[in-house]
Design a protein around this ligand. Structure first.
Ligand code: AMP
Length: 311
């Protein structure tokens, strides 16, 4: 079978976390990259997973590319821009509470869609295209329009286009722009994978039904609504299923729970087309992710073997 390509589009940042004694530990993470990581961990070897972003030409950009490459994720589509640098965020810890500081206003990734030919080339090369509300939020408005036009072409060509609204109000110029652009992202997609708490807080949905109805009305074909420890609701071709979350002994860190769920879900769904079974598998992977520290949990701790789940 010829290789199939899963393409994730967005921003990966340098992550600094507390390592004790005032020292900082450096890592790399970002919502769409995290999903690519888990898709790579769970997909069979006949799939390639590629990341599409923009980086600079500094040493930190080189290190990030090397890290992505070492993770088994393709870097050939990454745009390198002279004089630019990656975005950075720091995880602060005070009295056990985590908070985040970001330095990403001028990151290279903001220019990832500034060259329409490269966007077209990347999207055309893929069988599955994954992006998020954060991907759209960081782009200048005209570049978001460029990306969405290519995404719509992919949908029209019958590709699986997947969107996680991942709503982060502080990344958007206004609520109005945020609502309009996220709705446009969903309209351009086949499968939408929102988190209910975000949708309730920022779109005012009073129930999961309301979230499903709103995204259906926009033209999304299939919806997976994640609801933390309360499981997920699927609406595939109009058929509803509920899949519970797995019980976790001790939740250690919920960073990237949703991203890992998406990557694991897609890996199974792409292989079998069975959405409820894919959601059960993803609930298992996400449960392991929230039981460990950090956004990127290594494959050995995900209960997988040879790129596929044991069970
Ligand atoms: P969220 O984005 O918070 O809705 O979480 C995504 C997925 O991670 C959920 O659908 C669950 O499968 C899993 N998850 C998140 N929080 C928990 C938790 N406290 N216990 C078990 N699973 C969880």
């Amino acid at each position: 079978m010829s290789a199939r390509r899963f393409l994730s589009i967005g921003e990966c940042m340098v992550e600094l976390s507390q390592a004790g004694d005032g020292l900082l530990r450096k890592g790399f993470a970002g919502d769409t990259f995290n999903t690519a990581w888990y898709a790579r961990a769970c997909l069979a070897a006949d799939w390639s997973v590629d990341y599409f972003t923009a980086l600079g030409d500094d040493a930190m950009s080189d290190e990030m590319v090397a890290f992505i490459d070492k993770s088994g994720i393709g870097t050939s589509l990454i745009r390198r821009i002279r004089g630019r640098t990656p975005g950075l965020y720091m995880i602060n810890l005070k009295d056990g509470e985590r908070s985040f500081s970001y330095w990403r206003d001028n990151s290279a990734a903001r220019s990832l869609a500034a060259d329409p030919d490269r966007v077209r080339e990347a999207v055309e090369s893929a069988d599955v295209v994954y992006f998020s509300g954060i991907t759209l939020a960081i782009l200048p408005r005209e570049d978001a329009a460029t990306l969405l036009a290519e995404i719509r072409r992919a949908k029209a060509a019958g590709k699986l286009v997947v969107f996680d609204p991942n709503i982060r109000p502080r990344l958007w110029a206004s609520y109005d722009v945020m609502h309009t652009t996220i709705s446009e992202g969903a309209r351009s997609s086949v499968l939408v994978m929102p988190s209910f708490d975000d949708e309730a807080a920022h779109f005012g949905d009073d129930s999961i039904d309301a979230t499903i109805h709103r995204y259906k009305a926009l033209g999304a074909v299939n919806i997976v609504v994640k609801n933390g420890a309360d499981g997920v609701r699927l609406n595939f071709a109009g058929e509803e299923t509920f899949v519970p979350a797995e019980k976790v002994k001790k939740v250690v860190d919920t960073t990237s729970a949703g991203d890992s769920f998406n990557g694991a879900f897609l890996s199974r769904y792409l292989e079998t087309g069975d959405a409820p079974a894919a959601a059960r598998f993803a609930a298992g992977v996400a449960a392991r992710v929230v039981s460990e520290h950090g956004a990127l949990v290594v494959k050995e701790k995900l209960g997988l073997s040879g790129g596929r789940a044991r069970a």
